[in-house]
Each structure stands twice: as structure tokens, then as C-alpha cells.
Design a protein around this ligand. Structure first.
Ligand code: CAA
Length: 379
């Protein structure tokens, strides 16, 4: 086992860190306050290759490995978790799925602009009454000649109001359960497709989350991704990869909170000395450090298995579960170390705490990760 980064991974980390610290950091708090999507930053991320980092160069991507992808999302989220999820969804849930399951025509038409940052994608699985039980979709899809007709609604869609390309899951036959689920590509300007309500959120407020409406929305049958009966498996397979991204987002939040806590503890004086001199503070920092290192190893194990072509479903579930708990723990302790200053918006740690919570919810709640792990250990 080799625990060192390659030169390419270290160079990428440096590039992302410079971008995050020089550009994202400037207005991260303001965008959070104003719930403003970082349009100009997303454009720059596209130019830097951050939106299709693992896609093969022939399709406009960076051709890098999954540890590099994890470093990218960690470094973005260390400064701005909203930027982290925007990039994670485009890389994992959209580009990865299209590269793995899409036709050559779909790759040329959709993957190339998505991977090279010219277009942005969204992944549309959740519905008002379909969350953890993801195959119980109510949105319908019916074949009529050379077209599919979609009717229904999606909600909690990341990148929803901003995307150009939507990967949509709908059912052609509810009685067939998960085998009735289809996966299709919908373009933003398709008649019958409408952007719905934009959500006001606790955290990741500068990322964009909305509902989508489909009213006799017609797409060509050539927009079907993969085999018709494999729609649900495509969703779960893509989510396995997505969970490495969200685990990395959670890791970035934990690291950001930890670093803020270390620097505050060294500066802040009480009882005549820096609070870092007190064991109560040192113990909190030690526990944060320990959980961060354990999270990183879990993520890299999942990433390495993925790149080696091994099954990594349980590994990404473990990584996401532990990473989300670590993000919550570290953000909470960082606020505690800051005391009253941690509770106000002059310091970034209250934002880290609000941002951390979503990592326990999206791309499968922590309970769903336990279900995946539990089923696997019992099989
Ligand atoms: N990869 C590929 N196929 C898989 C799979 C995987 N990891 N896991 C299971 N499957 C296959 C099974 O083999 C089975 O297929 P066959 O019958 O052909 O063998 C089929 O999928 C159904 O499997 P299950 O019976 O295990 O499915 P289930 O209904 O019990 O559900 C679940 C499993 C783990 C609970 C799943 O529904 C799940 O992960 N739910 C959470 C949904 C989720 O993560 N939503 C996130 C929304 S997207 C989001 O948050 C994005 C964002 O914007 C940030």
C-alpha cells in the first residue's frame, strides 16, 4: 500500500487550493448570505477542467483518477462547500454516468460540453414522495413512436435552475418496480419542461436546489441512457461514485473547520494564555484530527478500489457515512472552540456547521449508508 500522492495529484491539489483561496474565499460568506449561485466561479472551474476531471481526454475531460477527484472536491469544500457540491454532481452523477452508460452519440453531444465546462448538468432522481425508497418513482415516461413523453415532478435537484442538461429517472411501468425505471437525458429548453421553486436552505446556500416540472415533455428515444430495464441500476451505480464525492465534500468541510479552530485556539487568550494551551481544547483538536485522518483513508480505499475495477459500493457507503459524521463533529467542535464568536457570521465556522448537515442527508442519508453496509456484511 502506497500512502503518498503522485506528482500529478499534488499539482492538482495546489491548483485547486489556489483557486479556492484566491477566488472562492473572497465572496463565499456573501454568496451564502445572499443565496447567490457562483456563476462566474463555475465558469472558471470549467475552464480549469474541474467539472470533468476524470472523463477521458477524448471526451473533453482531464483523465485523472478518483483520488485526484477526491482532492478536488475536498479542496473546494474546505473553503466553499457549495462549490464542492456543484462540481461533485457534474463530475460524478452526470459525467460519470454518461461516460459509463451513454451511447457514443450521447457522449459526443452531451458529455463533451459537460466535461469541458461549457455546459452544466443535474441529476434528477428525488421526487416529493420519493427519497430513500428511490425506485418508487411517480414521474412517468411513455414511449410514443420515436419519442418518450415524461410527466411528473422532481425535487431537491442540485444545479436545478442553472443546468443545461438533466439526467432524469422516470417509470415506464410502476408494476415492474425498479425494472420499470428508465434513465433519459432532457435538455433545458425542451417544451413541457419547466424549472420549479428554488429552495431556501439551512446550508450550502450558494448552491442551487429546486424542483422541476414535466408536462408532456417529449424527448427523442435516442436520449435513453443504457438499456431500458437498467435505469435504476444506473442510478445506484452512479450514486456509488457520487458518494465518494460527497464524502470528499464532508472531508473538506471538516478540514476547513479544523484549520479555523487550530488558528483561533492559538490566537485567543483566556486566563492569561492562548486557549490552545488548555487540555480541554487540545483533546477536541486531537479528536478532530483523528476522525479526519480516518475519513481520508476510507475515501481513498473506496477510490482505489473503483480505479482498480473492484466493487466499491460498501466502501463508498462507509466513506460517506463516516465523512458526514466527521464533518458534523468537526464543525460542531470548531464552533465550540470559538465560543460566542463561533455562533456569529464574522467567522466561517457557523457556515461550516450549517453546510455539514446536508452531507448526512443527500446522495443517501446516513441511515441508507448503514443499510447498504448492513446488507453487504450479511450477504
Ligand atoms: N449498483 C448497481 N446496481 C445496484 C446497486 C449498486 N450499488 N445496488 C443494488 N443494485 C441493483 C440490484 O442488484 C437490483 O437489481 P436486480 O434486481 O436486477 O438484481 C436493483 O438494483 C435493486 O436493488 P435493491 O433491491 O437493493 O433496491 P432497493 O429498492 O432495496 O433500494 C437502496 C436500495 C440502497 C435503498 C437505494 O434505493 C438507495 O440508495 N436509496 C437512496 C437514494 C439516494 O441516494 N438518493 C439520492 C438522491 S440524488 C442526490 O441527492 C443528488 C444531489 O443532488 C446531491
Amino acid at each position: 500500500m502506497d500512502f503518498s500522492y503522485t506528482e500529478e495529484q499534488m499539482m492538482l491539489r495546489q491548483t485547486v487550493r489556489e483557486f479556492a483561496e484566491n477566488e472562492l474565499a473572497k465572496d463565499a460568506a456573501e454568496r451564502d448570505e445572499q443565496e447567490r449561485f457562483p456563476k462566474e466561479h463555475v465558469q472558471k472551474m470549467g475552464e480549469l477542467g474541474f467539472l470533468g476531471i476524470q472523463v477521458q481526454p477524448e471526451y473533453g475531460g482531464g483523465g485523472m483518477d478518483t483520488i485526484a477527484y477526491s482532492l478536488l472536491i475536498e479542496e473546494l469544500s474546505r473553503v466553499d462547500a457549495s462549490a464542492g457540491v456543484i462540481a461533485s454532481v457534474n463530475n460524478s452523477l452526470v459525467c460519470y454516468g454518461l461516460e459509463k452508460f451513454g451511447s457514443e452519440e450521447q457522449k459526443q453531444k452531451y458529455l463533451v460540453p459537460l466535461a469541458s465546462g461549457k455546459k452544466l448538468g443535474a441529476f434528477c432522481l428525488s421526487e416529493p414522495s420519493t427519497g430513500s425508497d428511490a425506485s418508487s418513482l411517480q414521474t412517468t415516461i411513455v414511449r410514443e413512436g420515436d419519442e418518450y413523453v415524461i410527466n411528473g415532478a422532481k425535487n431537491f435537484i442540485t444545479n436545478g435552475t442553472q443546468a443545461d442538461v438533466y439526467i432524469v429517472f422516470a417509470t415506464e411501468d410502476k408494476s415492474a418496480g425498479h425494472k420499470g425505471v428508465r434513465c433519459v437525458i432532457v435538455e433545458r429548453d425542451t417544451p413541457g419542461f419547466e424549472i420549479g421553486k428554488k429552495e431556501k436552505k439551512l446550508g450550502i446556500r450558494s448552491s442551487d436546489t429546486c424542483s422541476l416540472l414535466f408536462d408532456d415533455c417529449r424527448v427523442p428515444v435516442s436520449n435513453l441512457v443504457g438499456e431500458p430495464q437498467h435505469g435504476f441500476r444506473i442510478a445506484l451505480s452512479v450514486l456509488d461514485k457520487g458518494r465518494i464525492g460527497i464524502a470528499s465534500q464532508a472531508l473538506g468541510i471538516a478540514v476547513g473547520a479544523f484549520e479555523a479552530a487550530v488558528s483561533y485556539a492559538k490566537e485567543r487568550e483566556q486566563f492569561g494564555r492562548p486557549i490552545a494551551k488548555f487540555q480541554a481544547i487540545q483533546f477536541m483538536l486531537a479528536e478532530m484530527d483523528l476522525r479526519i485522518q480516518a475519513t481520508r483513508l476510507l475515501i481513498y480505499e473506496a477510490a482505489s478500489r473503483k480505479d482498480a475495477g473492484l466493487d466499491f459500493s460498501i466502501h463508498s457507503a462507509r466513506a460517506k457515512l463516516h465523512a458526514a459524521e466527521t464533518a458534523m463533529f468537526c464543525a460542531d467542535k470548531a464552533v465550540q472552540i470559538h465560543g460566542g464568536y463561533g455562533y456569529i457570521k464574522d467567522y466561517p465556522v457557523e457556515r461550516f456547521l450549517r453546510d455539514a448537515k446536508i452531507t448526512e442527508i443527500y446522495e443517501g442519508t446516513s441511515e441508507i449508508q448503514k443499510l447498504v453496509i448492513g446488507r453487504s456484511v450479511l450477504s
